[in-house]
Design a protein around this ligand. Sequence first.
Ligand SMILES: [Zn+2]
Length: 451
Amino acid sequence: MRRRLGRTSVNLALVLLGCSAAWGAFARVELQDIRVWPGPDSTRVVFDLSGAIDHKLFTLDNPARVVIDVPDAARGGIGGADGQGIVNRVRTGQREPDMLRLVVDLQQSVRAKSFTLPPSGRYGHRLVVDLDTGTPAIPRADTGSESASAPAPAVALTDKPIIIAIDAGHGGEDPGARGARGTKEKDVALAISRRLASLVNAQPNMRAVLIRDGDYYIDLRERTRRAREAQADLFVSIHADAFTDRRARGSSVYVLSQRGASSEHARTLARRENESDLIGGVRLDDKDDVLASVLIDISQTAALEASFDAAERMLGGMGTINRLHSKTVQQANFMVLKAPDIPSVLVETAFISNPEEERRLTDRNFQDRLARNLLSGIQGYFSDYRPRTTVASGPGGPVEPVADAYTVQRGDTLSEIAARFSTSMAALRVANGLVSDTIRIGDELTIPSTR
Ligand SMILES: [Zn+2]
């Protein structure tokens, strides 16, 4: 209210300007910090402010730049910030006595969006400016680093490899949990995710999609949207746990629960993980929870059963290299697991709040072993699972023969064999190490067990 009065007085009469400026100096919001987080298709610039603000944003060309005017604000001691990604530099200036001008110099023109965030976590009031370059946000079906140069083989649609969406938790503005030595959850989550992705990509029939591949924030709903866009068969979100008691330790694996949580810790953990959007930065008016919950009710059940299956195997894999925090798959209401149609698992790799486990989480050798054991759980799941869409029906109704092996006959195709044994082509490919769907008469195929 006081700010509004102050600005009105500026607008009303020039005579009052000096008086208003003096008053404004007392009421002004101050700029406190600037951060730049470059992402693959959007770069985020965050301005920390000492209070709530109004602002006006516009873009200019030649050279490309975004200008934000913030009335009743001052730049404090902040002269600007170095650029990253498509941002050359961020400059600040005092345009009128009461008007803070923020200028983002760019390498190219962008679509700019801005919004403010109320205080959350360790952050106070923030102004967030997202600079979209217009590149479609379709994740590449490889990690970029290890296999970007290897062209995807020209294959028919039925040769679609198993796609594993790997989601490194947090990022950018949102560091996640922190260890006593300063290790950030977002960094270890990314390191383990990248390791897992390169192991997945080394498999003949699997491709990894890294939902986040750098230090920037992606909101929780966008993470599942990207997984769906990549037609992921499994979504694995990688995190590190934390607790006030430093003795708490061990790995755990979670799947979604729309209703209660498995334990008080699970409930607290889900609440903290879901706060990511507030800390990482999501416009609060941007949510469509009603629509989402309707979708979830329709198809979540099937995906949830598969999620449990995958989670159990991954938990088993981790139990061989680290103590388990809970010996069974846990459940809680994690926002990031709400893809209604993709089996989704959240892995709390270890406790970053435990000094010994914090050290292990930053150890490359441990990261590698963790990723290998997660992969073996994932492989076990895909070699064994029964896809929910397959119904084998013969003249007398559904038939589900069970066999360990099958010899390919004249006229057989992989898809027919998959249907006959109530399994999937993907599972057959994994079980037999096939790189294509070509099979020959007399080939002996291992049939993944069905339950
Ligand atoms: Zn987390």
